[in-house]
Ligand binder design. Structure first.
Ligand SMILES: *Cc1c(COP(=O)(O)O)cnc(C)c1O
Length: 351
């Protein structure tokens, strides 16, 4: 830290992303990327004319992509916000809805970026302990008078709330914004998007990074009532009006047009998840009931760190969190079936 760095941010501990090693080829099962490429149309959508047009700024209102998302989700175009990854959308939401002194609340075990956004914006954060078995009890989220952020399915546990449980939280906090981060919802959970029409305090955040195979494009979005969406636009136009690149906008529109390819990939990931879970359980692992594109697994005789390190030496990267309640576990992204067979082979060696 230089002597010029704001003392107000002296305690900021930045988010530590999963390893993105550039030195050797790993089987990468550590950052929940899709093992499948973007749909075939994305390649031609990004060639020719699109390359020439890179000299031009993108549409800061992202009208075409918002229209496509609005059609996809059956909402109005004024109910969609588009950001540079859902991380940016979440960042804007913390800034817009929690810096008035009310603070935020989220589970003690969840996406590691939430406490970082809170620290960055100097918002007081309350971590609400998950119950036994990492269960989120909706009664713990009644009348908090704080902005609430819930990843559903949660990360890294993979456990999901039903839509009626999300609705209970939204109803129990009419004076606060409830942000539901649905980064993994396409892998078998219930989306809260249908509730948006009825609740002005619900913001649903999704991303193209996981189920739509475009983590590298940096494209996320939020769906909420028009007033909330205007708030996010106010932050966008006060930060970086051209927050989403032309390339990402175009790729996103094309990806949405290839729905069958997307559905097929989500189905394959769910099948491979069930296959891998059964195989790990047969080896003595406990796995949570994950609705995401990863498993959260622990073995009674193999420490979480030992499994992580042993797999890394053998060319397979998974994610281990050195954090009290979860250090016995590893989070294992679902890849292709051959990738998971390789993982299982290396796990058997280590056992
Ligand atoms: C991956 C992830 C994100 C970030 O996604 P981007 O759109 O790539 O920024 C947000 N929330 C959760 C819970 C995630 O796991």
């Amino acid at each position: 830290m230089s002597t010029f760095f704001s003392p107000l941010l002296a305690d900021l501990a930045p988010y530590v992303p999963g390893e993105q090693p550039q030195d050797r080829a790993y089987v990468k099962l550590n950052t929940n990327e899709s093992p499948y490429p973007p749909p075939p149309g994305v390649a031609w959508a990004l060639s020719g004319r699109e390359v020439e047009d890179l000299r031009l700024y993108p549409d800061p209102a992202a009208k075409a992509l918002k229209a496509a998302l609005a059609r996809q989700y059956g909402v109005g175009e004024d109910q969609v916000f588009v950001g540079n990854g859902s991380d940016e959308v979440l960042d804007f939401a913390f800034l817009a809805y929690a810096t008035d002194g009310r603070g935020v609340a989220f589970p003690d075990i969840t996406y590691g970026f939430y406490p970082v956004f809170a620290a960055l914006h100097r918002v007081e954060a309350r971590a609400i302990p998950l119950r036994e078995g990492f269960r989120l009890a909706v009664e713990d989220y009644a009348r908090l008078s704080r902005t609430i952020v819930i990843a559903n399915p949660n990360a890294p546990t993979g456990l999901a709330l039903r839509r009626d449980e999300v609705e209970q939280v939204v109803r129990a906090n009419p004076d606060s914004v409830v942000v539901i981060d649905e980064a993994y919802v396409d892998f078998g959970a219930e989306s809260a998007v249908p509730l948006v029409a009825r609740y002005g305090n619900l913001l649903v955040v999704q991303t193209f990074s996981k189920s739509r195979s475009m983590a590298g494009a940096r494209l996320g979005y939020a769906i909420g009532c028009p007033a909330l969406i205007r708030d996010l636009a106010t932050i966008q136009f006060s930060t970086n009006p051209y927050n989403v690149s032309r390339t990402a906008l175009r790729a996103g529109e094309q990806a949405l047009a290839e729905q069958a390819y997307f559905d097929d990939n989500c189905r394959k990931i769910q099948e491979t998840r069930a296959y891998t879970k059964a195989a790990l359980e047969a080896l003595g692992f406990f796995c949570t009931d994950s609705r995401a594109n990863f498993l959260f697994a622990r073995h009674p005789r193999l420490a979480g760190e030992a499994l992580y390190r042993g797999l890394k030496e053998r060319g397979v990267l998974v994610r281990w969190f050195d954090s009290p309640r979860i250090r016995d576990f590893n989070r294992i992204t679902i890849g292709t079936r051959p990738q998971m067979d390789l993982l299982l082979e290396k796990v058997r060696e280590l056992l």
